[in-house]
Write a protein that binds this ligand. Sequence first.
Ligand SMILES: [Zn+2]
Ligand SMILES: [Zn+2]
Length: 345
Amino acid sequence: MQLYNTLSAKQRAALIDEAGEERLTLSFYAYTQIEHPSEFRDQLFMRWDTLGVLGRIYVAHEGINAQLSVPAPRFAAFKKHLDSIAFLKDVRLNIAVEQDNKSFLKLKIKVRDKIVADGLDDDTFDVTNKGVHLNAAEFNSLTSAEDTIVVDMRNHYESEIGHFEGAITPDVDTFRDSLPIIEKDLAAHKSDKNLVMYCTGGIRCEKASAYFKHKGFERVYQLEGGIIEYARQVKNQGLDNKFVGKNFVFDERRSEAISDDIIASCHQCGSPCDTHVNCANDACHLLFIQCPTCAEKHDNCCSDSCASIVALPRDKQKELRKGTHNSNKIFKKGRAHHLKTLNPS
Ligand SMILES: [Zn+2]
Ligand SMILES: [Zn+2]
């Protein structure tokens, strides 16, 4: 019985091309009680693998957080399988705004302690005492009120390329960092303002809203289904779009355009640009924003030193990479001090 990927990303990409099928990129999550996460994980893998589902899925005792791509012809079978699982029956599926057949190239289902790394001790507060869920129309109306504070619950590299008008966008690398900062900054408004929070697909706000209520915030709201569901409702219902720029997503697409505005700039020359790339030097792999002109000028690298490494023969590069880790740098672009447009001093 096969329970893990056997194909490389490259092989998978070729297979997707060969199959010529449209794929749907979507996400969903559910907080629930899963008694045996490993068994549940294996069941999902077996069924979804046969359906050709690809994606990144986290399973924990507290629930499931899934981002995936499903072949369109097998969507009905996939949905039927979800509906056969009691706590996933009729779960809201966040369908991507912009589709790409190669949004995911592997099926990775991992068992984790938590489905979102929030750093919270769930036993210390009532996680079910959540904020009031808002749909897009309600969100638009409430965020127009003067006594409302809108908080972006995402990280700096996400809000940098797109966020709601007037939102507070904490300068943080991780979700767990953002919670104490927001609590401190807004401490004076626990009862006199509406605290409206949002994130990519809604999952981060599920726990955060309960946490802030526990911390004494009285008027806590959250955007149901996050930016993805908001964009869908705005389009379908012809509502005003209060989101400017792109929605950062955690798959090969990197982002979805929600409005035509470009609110970020190239980290190397400062010209308007909101395209994230990874530095071509595999030993660096830094995620940063780079315009096409700078990409050409710097050989798709973040710095001259990375460009000089990329110019070396492959085996020499590999030798240099031995024993080094780059994973913690991937989303640390704002802290990369050589990218001077971010660090004007
Ligand atoms: Zn540039
Ligand atoms: Zn680099």
